[in-house]
Ligand binder design. Sequence first.
Ligand SMILES: C[S@@+](CC[C@H](N)C(=O)[O-])C[C@H]1O[C@@H](n2cnc3c(N)ncnc32)[C@H](O)[C@@H]1O
Length: 430
Amino acid sequence: MMPGHDQHDDRRLRSDDRPRWGLGERSARVRAAMVEALSGSGAVRDPAVLDAMGRVPREAFVPRFWSLPPPMQAGTPADVREWSVQDADEGAAALDLVYDIDRALSIRGDPRASGPAGAGVTSTASAPRIVGSMLELLELSPGMSVLEIGTGSGYNAALLREMVGRHGSVASVDIDAGLVTETAVRLEAAGYGDVQVVAVDGYFGLSERALFDRVVATVGCVDVAPAWLEQVSPGGFCLVPLQHGGWHPLNRIERSGGRISGLVVGRAGFVAIQGHQAGRSPWPHAGPLGPRLEVEWAALPAGLAAELQPEAGRETVGGRPMWDLAYLLALEDRRTAFMLSLADHASSAAVDPGQGRIGLVGPDGPAMRDRLLEVAQRWVALGRPSLDDYTSSFTSLAHGAGREAAGPAVARWTVDRVDFRQTVSLNIGD
Ligand SMILES: C[S@@+](CC[C@H](N)C(=O)[O-])C[C@H]1O[C@@H](n2cnc3c(N)ncnc32)[C@H](O)[C@@H]1O
């Protein structure tokens, strides 16, 4: 870097490379409000991330979309339908949804089509809150090279491009070839034509452009892919929404001295990955439970109901309760479905802490209820361990993965994924 050179300026694109698309003054106003909401809620603190999010016109990447219900919304609200920001009557309302920090927008699939909400959706523009917090977790600086798995709308690729500045580079891959073609046009139109977008199964990474300082997946992955670890520079890391039961905690995964280690650094839920990893989940019934009419409800034991209230400001994703108990449950039982539930083809049981009750369905419902209560009581007895109380290591299943026992731990579990065995250690009091 040249003496006196302002690092912050380097992060910006040249003014003639700036986005050319946007809905003018109204867009600028709503975008500024989004940045204010992200900053005010504490969701994003890094000024460079806030700055980038204040510059990229999100509507350029999601001109048409299906809105998804906000977190924990019961039923299907009337605004869950198709929107266009260019619509003469509804463009302004559409723009408000585009810049709602907790709204994910479907760009492939009608969320009302069939099954539980969101089941038929294969691509979304993730909610700005999660986009911003992932950008922060990537610890980007000017000049870095980044590979994104899951181009989707291209919005995050444009933000990455802003963050790494003109001396950096961004490549992004998506398995949906039609989407890649559309998104490449949008990126070009918005002034980000130098982002390389490629239609490929991201499982294989992008070897011709390796090495990367960061590999970030923006899709719910069943495993970290060996290619990502091979294609990340020494000292770099992968940020992966790694399926764990019915959600995708964000894992920072890195290789150092022959050891692959992982830390949970955030809470998230994403659309499921397609291609090589699809259908290979260690949790075969994971996903939202379909509507069931014949649920039998019973009150939770009184003491437990109080213990299961989520800790304010911590156990949430975008305002939605995300109990840390769910992390332990998925380690303890591979029948974990969505959040605090167990399921198989015929039966299920689910804790509803908000109402202080537990519901069961089918012949194995009572046994599943007992198991849920047992794990919940264990979690309470362990002192309600949080996500940062766990560490992971990954060993290759192809090389006869053993169980890596690195030092003392309160408890340890193994999860066999696609290529790696994840050994998870609970380290309370370290
Ligand atoms: C949540 S969206 C990505 C959001 C995106 N980063 C944005 O800014 O809009 C997930 C994307 O991952 C893609 N995807 C699913 N499986 C994939 C795979 N194996 N390789 C690459 N992309 C994949 C989907 O087509 C979808 O577009």
